[in-house]
Design a protein around this ligand. Structure first.
Ligand code: NAD
Ligand code: TYD
Length: 365
């Protein structure tokens, strides 16, 4: 009988595991009782990669290994795969911020497209069409483009990416599908909506607003603030990916979403209320008597700013029984509490000391 893939015992190469979602995913699976496999975190440690995100992973001993490396480097990828007997890749590694892609798209093309290609080639060469392997590619709902006031993205919605970021993610999704159809590589793809939660780099909307608010700085809302995003707590995304690795059908794409559409301006107001209850502005000297909501400032719009995203996640619900477990209010409160309780993590990012630490510990030879 042909061997089949069992995620619970897999040797998993997690790329981009020092970033926001990747680090949450690594904590999620290593802490899970049903997972007895191993995680190899391959991360280049760009500005967004923070070794502090994996603090605590050392307790898993030989079940967790870190490799500083670039997914665009075939030698490095193949060496890590051979050394650790990798039979599963979960590809989180990417340049992930739309604003940065507008100002400097080159690195997005390199990592998001060429990097995915290098991983696929390594998997093709080392795994052939072995059924006991799995390549999961983590992607975004932004590949589907921008919606009007009605409708939601399904897995059948034609791709229509609008930013260099989403175009690069769309390209990699197509490559992953092509490797499934052409070479029989055992792949799954997930397209997820906007995540929020602990350890998100403070360039993205929610952590940027939290940090600015606590310092009494303006809260910059792009354009008219009526752009809509669908929000998912990161732990729920990690849970969905784990379930796909356990039970997803190879060759398939699954949408993942929070069923939680919000206009940016409403979200920022919700956030100001959460901050008022957890860290009242009246007790914060930086606010000088103002409420957090008084910091909201409308600024120039992002070029090509997609108006609305909304996800239909009925396929993963129907096939695997997945649902988001956290309401937005719970997730937001947990997120604010995490940033309030991790001032050292924030300070290390602000003063760049996490970068000095990693240059010392992972100096290139
Ligand atoms: P992030 O920017 O927080 O982390 C990216 C990680 O990838 C960092 O640790 C970085 O050092 C690493 N990396 C970058 N280039 C690399 C390279 N060439 N080689 C190896 N490592 C490299 O990103 P995130 O928000 O955690 O997103 C993770 C993935 O999820 C991305 O593929 C993104 O497109 C996708 N996604 C994100 C969201 C979201 O809301 N953040 C939503 C849907 C999908
Ligand atoms: P972002 O977190 O960058 O995610 P994405 O662009 O991938 O959806 O932005 C979320 C939304 O918030 C998006 O509509 C742009 C908007 N935004 C602001 O209004 N102000 C900001 O400072 C940022 C970073 C984003």
């Amino acid at each position: 009988m042909a061997k089949s893939f069992h995620f619970s015992k897999a040797s998993v190469l997690v790329t981009g595991g020092a970033g926001f979602i990747g680090s949450n995913f690594i904590h999620h699976i290593l802490a899970r009782r049903g997972f007895s496999g191993k995680v190899v975190n391959l991360d280049k440690l760009t500005y967004a990669g923070n070794p502090g995100n994996l603090a605590g992973a050392r307790k898993y001993g030989r079940r967790y290994a870190f490799v500083r490396g670039d997914i665009c480097d075939p030698g490095c990828v193949k060496a890590a795969m051979k050394r650790h007997g990798v039979n599963c890749i979960v590809n989180f590694a990417a340049e992930s911020h739309v604003d940065r892609s507008i100002h400097g798209p080159a690195e997005f093309i390199n990592t998001n497209i060429n990097g995915a290609f290098v991983l696929l080639e390594a998997a093709r060469e080392l795994w052939k069409a072995d059924a006991a392997t799995r390549f999961h590619h983590v992607s975004t709902d932004e590949v589907y483009g921008s919606l009007g006031p009605k409708g939601r993205f399904t897995e059948k919605t034609p791709y229509d990416p609008r930013s260099p970021y989403s175009a690069s993610k769309a390209s990699s999704d197509h490559l992953v599908s092509a490797y499934s159809h052409t070479y029989g590589l055992q792949v799954t793809i997930s397209n997820c909506s906007n995540n929020y939660g602990p350890r998100q780099f403070p360039e993205k909307l929610i952590p940027l607003m939290i940090l600015n608010a606590l310092e009494g700085k303006p809260l910059p809302v792009y354009g008219d603030g009526k752009n809509v995003r669908d929000w998912l707590y990161v732990e729920d995304h990690c849970d969905a990916i784990r379930l796909l690795l356990e039970k997803g059908r190879p060759g398939e794409t699954y949408n993942i979403g929070g069923g939680c559409e919000k206009r940016n301006i409403d979200l920022v107001k919700n956030l100001c209320s959460a901050l008022e209850s957890l860290a009242p502005s009246a007790a914060n000297a930086a606010l000088r008597g103002r409420k957090y909501s008084e910091l909201i400032t409308y600024v120039k719009d992002r070029p090509g700013h997609d108006r609305r995203y909304a996800i239909d996640y009925s396929k993963i619900h129907r096939e695997l029984g997945w649902n988001p477990a956290h309401t937005f209010a719970e997730g937001l409160a947990r997120t604010v509490e995490w940033y309030l309780g991790n001032s050292e993590w924030i300070a290390n990012i602000k003063n760049g000391s996490y970068r000095k630490w990693l240059e010392k510990n992972y100096a290139r030879r």
